[in-house]
Design a protein around this ligand. Structure first.
Ligand code: CP
Length: 307
């Protein structure tokens, strides 16, 4: 089986079988990453360019490591140090990067749809590393990999996503994926951040943490995305933590073996208490580790489309 597109733009567009293929392939790459020599020659001679027009710690470094583990040649371009700062358009930048010989462009941009625009203008494979409030597909894939690794399956699990859903591309990609895999998805947060329209995605909505977390298997916490908020969505961060922060007392409503996830960056004391973030049921750093194998799998499978 092969992926059906040269690009990875979102989870919405992927079939369940394609996601399963990526996760199974990632499992093989995770074994590679446990070896002394954590590198395979799979994509030797190919070139990847990481185009990050927004800050990133985990996604950018994880893609760069994944690319190096696959023996790709890697270039990193940041908005502040590229000619974008001199007014060059996104399309012109991507055409120039392609003229340099890029086979892959990994794109993070504050505008929803930026990777889709590039995919129509270049022949290189475009991988969405987070576009505005739209999608962050590799985050949802690494989250799914981590859930399967810990819980054995996604089907039938009760999964709570808590916080700033409306501004979260991570939440959107996760909702699409988890629904395709038969999970019950509960969204928890203030009405301003979990609007009624989101119910059209087949999820349940809660404004009370204890009710929403009741007997869940997975709790996925989200950061308050201040950079994307245009108004006062809640009175203060102190107030937010009081009602929707994940504390030990609140986590007691979940199943005994429930896991805690967070895509990062994490704001301790705003959406999550340190005792939970650093606790034995937290898989937050496993998510980061698994991101490398998942991104290797995505690039390896996209390369198969281009051959
Ligand atoms: N999870 C995530 O996208 O983190 P970064 O913003 O650090 O890449």
């Amino acid at each position: 089986m092969k992926l059906s597109s040269k690009d990875l733009l979102g989870i919405k567009e992927l079939e369940k079988d394609e996601i399963t293929l990526i996760l199974d392939t990632a499992s093989g790459f995770k074994d590679v990453l446990k070896r002394d020599i954590k590198k395979v020659p799979a994509l030797r001679g190919k070139t990847a360019v990481n185009l990050f027009f927004e800050p990133s710690t985990r996604t950018r470094t994880s893609f760069e490591l994944a690319e190096k583990r696959l023996s790709l040649d890697v270039l990193n371009l940041a908005a502040t140090t590229s000619s974008v700062a001199k007014g060059e358009s996104l399309i012109d930048t991507s055409l120039n990067v392609q003229a340099l010989g890029a086979d892959f462009m990994v794109v993070r941009h504050s505008s929803s749809g930026a990777p889709h625009l590039l995919s129509r203008n270049v022949t290189a494979s475009i991988i969405n590393a987070g576009d505005g409030i739209n999608e962050h597909p590799t985050q949802a894939l690494l989250d799914a990999f981590t859930i399967q690794e810990r819980m054995g399956t996604i089907e039938g699990l009760k999964i709570a996503i808590v916080g700033d859903i409306v501004h979260s591309r991570v939440a959107k990609s996760n909702i699409y994926l988890l629904k395709k895999f038969g999970a019950e998805v509960r969204l928890i947060g203030p009405p301003t951040l979990v609007p009624e329209e989101i119910l059209s995605l087949g999820v349940k909505r809660y404004h009370d943490m204890e009710l929403g977390l009741d007997t869940v298997d997975v709790v996925m916490m989200l950061r308050i995305q201040k950079e994307r908020q245009t108004g006062g969505y809640f009175p203060s961060t102190l107030e937010y933590f009081r009602f929707w922060g994940l504390t030990s007392e609140r986590f007691a409503s979940a199943k005994k073996n429930a896991i805690v996830m967070h895509p990062g960056p994490m704001n301790r004391g705003i959406e999550i208490a340190s005792e939970i973030a650093d606790g034995s049921q937290s898989v937050i750093l496993d998510q980061v580790t698994n991101g490398i194998a998942v991104r290797m799998a995505v690039m390896f499978l996209l390369a198969g489309i281009r051959e």
